[in-house]
Write a protein that binds this ligand. Structure first.
Ligand SMILES: [Zn+2]
Length: 310
C-alpha cells in the first residue's frame, strides 16, 4: 500500500460521519481548506489547523499512516497477541513507539467492550497474572501469596455461554471483589456458573447459581465452566507465550485485548481490521497514551546506587 492509498483509506474512515469529507474536529464546521502538500487542513470558521488524526486516539502519533494500518492488521491477526518488540521489528520503529501504538489499540478494544448486561448462562472464573512470584525451593517454605503481591492481579472473566456470546473482564486485587462487579454487569435473569470458591455463594441471593467442585470433577450433569476456562488458557498463552511479562497497572488493558480477540475470533480478518480502524476514528485522544514517554522521567537512582556514588 502506498502512502497516498493509506491516506485515502484513513480519510474515508476518519470522516465517515461526513461522507468522507473533512470536517473540523474543534468546531465540527465542514468548510475547510486542504493543504495538499502538507496533508493538513484549516478550518474556515475557527481558523485552526488539523490533520487526519487530530482529535482521535492517534493524535500525537509517531508512525506514518501506512504503518498504523499495518500495525492494526498485524495486531488483529495475532491470535494470542502481538508484542511491542515484534511490532517494532516489523515496522522498523523503536520499542517505545510500538509499545504506545499497541496500547492505543488495546484502548480501542476496551472501548468496544459489550455495552450491555450479560444474559443467559454466564460462566465466571478468575486467573492470576502479572507480578512474578518466585516460588521457594522447598515445598514447606512456599506460601499462598494470592491477593498479597502488589502487582499480581486476578483477571475475573464473565462469559456468556452461547454462540456469539460476549465476555467481560475485570482486573481485581482478589477474585472475591468481583461480586459487586458481577451485580453491575450481569442481568438478574441470568444463570451463573462458577467453581466451588466460597465467595461465589454470595451470588445465590441475586441469581440462579450453579457451582462445580473442581476437586471432584470438571463437568457434572451439564454443570461446567469450560468456556471461561478456555478463556483463561488464552490469557495464559498471551502472558507466557507472547508478552512474557504483564505489568500490574496494564493488566486491565491486556484483559480487554484478550476479551476482544475471544469475542471476535470467528470474524474474518478484514472485518476485525475495519472494526478497529472505524472505532479508532471515533475514539478521542487518550490522555494516558498521548505523549506517554515524554511524561515519564527516568527512575531516581536506587539507594544502593547512591551509596556507591558516595
Ligand atoms: Zn473549526
Amino acid at each position: 500500500m502506498s502512502d497516498a492509498e493509506a491516506y485515502a483509506t484513513f480519510k474515508a474512515v476518519r470522516f465517515a460521519d461526513n461522507g468522507g469529507e473533512a470536517f473540523c474536529p474543534h468546531c465540527e464546521c465542514d468548510a475547510v481548506y486542504e493543504y495538499e502538500s502538507r496533508r493538513i487542513f484549516k478550518c474556515k470558521q475557527c481558523e485552526r489547523q488539523f490533520s487526519l488524526t487530530s482529535g482521535t486516539i492517534f493524535s500525537g502519533r509517531k508512525l506514518v499512516l501506512r504503518d498504523i494500518l499495518v500495525a492494526i492488521a498485524l495486531f488483529v491477526n495475532g491470535a494470542n497477541g502481538h508484542s511491542a518488540l515484534r511490532l517494532g521489528r516489523d515496522l522498523n520503529v523503536s520499542y517505545k513507539t510500538a509499545f504506545v501504538m499497541l496500547h492505543k489499540l488495546r484502548a480501542i478494544m476496551g472501548a468496544l467492550r459489550a455495552p450491555r448486561k450479560l444474559k443467559g448462562i454466564v460462566e465466571i472464573d478468575g486467573v492470576w497474572v502479572g507480578g512474578h512470584v518466585q516460588k521457594a525451593n522447598l515445598k514447606e517454605n512456599r506460601k499462598d501469596r494470592r491477593g498479597t503481591h502488589p502487582k499480581r492481579l486476578a483477571i475475573v472473566t464473565l462469559r456468556e455461554r452461547r454462540e456469539g456470546g460476549r465476555s467481560l473482564t475485570f482486573a481485581l486485587k482478589h477474585e472475591a471483589e468481583a461480586v459487586t462487579t458481577i451485580l453491575a454487569h450481569v442481568d438478574r435473569s441470568a444463570t451463573i456458573v462458577a467453581d466451588e470458591a466460597a465467595h461465589w455463594g454470595i451470588l445465590r441471593a441475586y441469581f440462579e447459581v450453579q457451582q462445580i467442585n473442581h476437586q471432584k470433577a470438571y463437568s457434572l450433569k451439564g454443570i461446567h465452566t469450560n468456556n471461561v476456562e478456555s478463556f483463561n488458557s488464552r490469557v495464559r498463552r498471551a502472558e507466557r507465550g507472547v508478552y512474557h511479562h504483564i505489568a500490574g497497572r496494564h493488566v486491565q488493558a491486556y484483559a480487554n485485548e484478550i476479551s476482544w480477540r475471544e469475542d471476535h475470533r470467528r470474524h474474518a480478518n478484514g472485518t476485525q481490521f475495519a472494526t478497529i480502524l472505524g472505532a479508532a476514528a471515533r475514539l478521542p485522544s487518550s490522555d494516558e497514551w498521548r505523549g506517554y514517554w515524554q511524561r515519564h522521567l527516568p527512575k531516581p537512582p536506587t539507594p544502593r546506587a547512591k551509596l556507591r556514588l558516595v
